[in-house]
Design a protein around this ligand. Structure first.
Ligand code: SF4
Length: 339
């Protein structure tokens, strides 16, 4: 039996059951693949189901408000993915009458659709011959073919894509493409379980004993630690919040006022900046990470008598707070406070 056929048989016997695998349409494949970037499949399942109930078609997604789209994404992180999905749906409606195109060139011209997603939509959504090379597949391919080069380099990426495409089965290439992803997500993980792997007899990385040192990756950027004071300022049943500016890390997500902690003591900052004084109630600290930052947030709650104008901020009624999209750290603070 050829290696890709062994993989095929293993996949059919072991594949995990996910909602996006049950009814494969280009739209469902697209949404699930974008959600699965940077996020574990088990976490994605409820998000995917809720998304499909809210936005069952490209047209429904295109017509939705951005706040609703971001709210449906809240908690998945990397919000540019949700903003891109929304803009891309509008692009598909205006350029392709709401139908996702089935050519690599047209797909690649749609916002937020990179080479991996092009491959996934063509392969799983349209059942065409195309490899979808994500981090999992790159790991399998570099190990199986003993590729000892930095996988962030463009020429190495092209080489891996070529190896993956040549590895596909001739009759049902979309099954091999998905099986490679599954193998990378399960047996061929960073700590591989080669003894159970259907590709072990042909795997050059295993033969050379180099499985665990592959793939070769660039050194990751340093993580920057942030320590912030966050204020829930309540007046007349409303709370002060700010919407993140477009183009910035937290674009279009709401946050409470916050300051870097080295700017001074919490009560002093409020008094000096905004003339706000009163009893600060300390709430539980919250940790969250985004891009290359790791933030520890120290929240405080304060009530003041009346709403005042604070440039850049708006007052939102307390009961509306759970309906607007917050950045993940500030959402945790909100939930802790409302509890
Ligand atoms: S034999 Fe090991 S290293 Fe090679 S593909 Fe299988 S799990 Fe990965």
């Amino acid at each position: 039996m050829k290696e890709n056929q062994k993989l095929h048989a293993w996949f059919l016997a072991h594949k995990r059951d996910f909602p996006w695998r049950q009814e494969k349409t280009p739209y469902r494949v697209w949404i699930s693949e974008i959600m699965l970037q940077q996020t574990r499949a088990s976490v994605v399942v409820p998000y995917f189901q809720r998304w499909m109930a809210l936005f069952p078609t490209v047209k429904a997604l295109a017509a939705a408000s951005q706040d609703l789209v971001l709210k449906a994404w809240e908690g998945l992180g990397y919000y540019s993915r949700a903003r891109n999905l929304h803009a891309a749906a509008q692009q598909i409606v205006s350029d392709y009458e709401g139908e996702i195109p089935d050519s690599a060139e047209k797909l690649a011209s749609i916002r937020g659709i990179g080479p991996y997603t092009v491959g996934a939509i063509l392969s799983f959504g349209f059942q065409k011959r195309a490899a979808a090379v994500d981090g999992n597949v790159a790991r399998v391919m570099t190990r199986y073919f003993l590729v000892e080069e930095d996988i962030s380099k463009a020429k190495v990426k092209r080489k891996i894509a070529e190896l993956a495409e040549n590895f596909l089965d001739h009759k049902e290439p979309w099954v091999t493409a998905e099986a490679l992803i599954e193998l990378g997500a399960s047996l061929c993980s960073p700590k591989p379980r080669c003894e159970d792997c259907p590709l072990q007899s042909g795997c050059q990385g295993l033969k050379a004993g180099k499985m665990e040192s592959l793939p070769i990756k660039p050194v990751p950027p340093m993580v920057t630690e942030l320590i912030r004071s966050v204020f829930i300022i309540e007046a007349e049943g409303a709370v002060l919040v700010r919407k993140g500016e477009s183009g910035k890390v937290m674009a279009d997500l709401y946050e409470f006022p916050y300051f870097e902690q080295d700017e001074g003591a919490a009560h002093k900052i409020l008094k000096d900046r905004w003339g706000i004084e009163g009893n600060l109630k300390k709430l539980g600290a919250v940790k969250h990470s985004f891009t290359r930052f790791s933030a520890t947030l120290f929240p405080y709650k304060i009530s003041i008598e009346s709403r005042r104008l604070v440039p850049g901020y708006i007052w939102v009624e307390v009961e509306r707070l759970t309906q607007i999209p917050f950045s993940s750290g500030h959402r945790k603070i909100l939930h802790n406070w409302l509890k």
